[in-house]
Write a protein that binds this ligand. Structure first.
Ligand code: UDP
Ligand code: MG
Length: 330
């Protein structure tokens, strides 16, 4: 029977943690009862450097349910994508299949059964895909959907309306662990793995408790990673714009010449100042974009470890986990 690990990244989730633990333990119990997963299945909470009581609550849950609730404490806040990776790398050694889900339970836990069914049908990755975005605020809905479309336009292969609610088989996680990138956008990496995949549809709900841990700044950073980590199209667009402007400037030069010979010479201050501003802006834009990539190269070549596991709460011997972490260090 397959052992399921549910990975839950948590950043300041003290309000939602107990509810999440209870609900997800219920889901495990249900699936175990139906004989769909092994009774050794477990939850793995990853504390992403929370400044509230999140970790204490995880420890409490582990004390109450030592085999059901496990925890990983990261030494500092590394962000959702790395916290999730830390969870996957830890769980990989202990389970046959993983499902990642947010601590706020916005994703519908009832479709986890469907995910497991698809896994048993032989799918390696099953994406949770949102049907509608009724519960999202207008701004979030518009920006997120615009972003997914823009991403597609830029040639990034990502699943439309899929966040990080996803089932992954052990071998999919193993393969994912080989993507040692510092600018990590898991949703973009997953489709590159190339195994058999499927989707399950669900309605996204309101947060069960607490507030969003994704302020605009973190969202923009993720969006930028989601494009510039996978696509070089922005550079070719700049190149295209450069070519067009050069062609236009030739036309402008011809116009200037004609004006000169017909004696129709104006002081020309307006056109001059306009072109200075416009070209200056274009150059800055181009340099900025190129710099964006150079910045990424710079970060990648440093090969820093991407996270630091401070403590692991499990039932298995520490050796297994340590070996796993050694192998998967960034
Ligand atoms: N999260 C995290 N580290 C961070 C920010 C968020 O581990 O730095 C977790 C958070 O605890 C939650 C998930 O990532 O489990 C998604 O965050 P949230 O629900 O706040 O995002 P939203 O649904 O508002 O986009
Ligand atoms: Mg959320």
């Amino acid at each position: 029977m397959d052992k399921l690990a549910v990975i839950i990244p948590c950043y300041n989730e003290e309000a939602a943690l107990k509810i999440a633990s209870e609900t997800l333990r219920g889901v495990l119990g249900d699936l175990e009862g139906k004989g769909k997963i092994s009774s050794e299945s477990f939850l793995l909470f990853v504390n992403d450097g929370s400044t509230d009581r999140t970790w204490e609550l995880i420890e409490e849950e582990h004390a109450l349910y030592p085999t059901k609730v496990l925890g990983v404490k990261l030494a500092g806040n590394v962000g959702h994508q790395f916290a999730l990776t830390a969870g996957l790398m830890t769980a990989m050694e202990l389970c046959d299949v993983c499902i990642s889900i947010d601590a706020d339970l916005q994703d519908d836990v009832s479709v986890m059964e469907e995910m497991i069914d698809k896994f048993h049908e032989g799918k390696d990755i099953v994406y949770g895909v949102r049907k509608e975005r009724k519960t999202d605020k207008f701004m979030k809905r518009v920006t997120a959907q615009g972003f997914y479309k823009f991403q597609k336009l830029m040639g990034v292969k990502a699943i439309y309306n899929h966040a990080d609610f996803r089932l992954m088989s052990k071998r999919a996680v193993l393969q994912f662990s080989k993507y040692q990138e510092t600018n990590l956008y898991i949703r973009g990496v997953m489709p590159m793995i190339g195994y058999d995949t499927d989707v399950v549809l669900y309605d996204r709900k309101e947060r069960v408790a607490g507030t969003s841990k994704y302020p605009l700044k973190k969202m923009l950073a993720l969006a930028l990673d989601g494009i510039s980590s996978f696509s070089v199209k922005p550079i070719s667009l700049v190149l295209g714009a450069g070519v067009v402007i050069v062609l236009l400037s030739i036309l402008a030069a011809i116009y200037a010449f004609i004006s000169y010979f017909t004696g129709n010479v104006e002081p020309g201050w307006t056109s001059l100042i306009l072109s200075i501003w416009f070209l200056g802006g274009m150059q800055l834009l181009a340099i900025g974009l190129v710099g964006e990539y150079i910045g990424k190269v710079y970060l990648e070549v440093k090969h820093r470890p991407r996270y630091n596991v401070e403590k692991v709460l499990t039932t298995e011997s520490d050796e297994t986990i340590k070996n796993g972490l050694e192998e998967n260090k960034g």
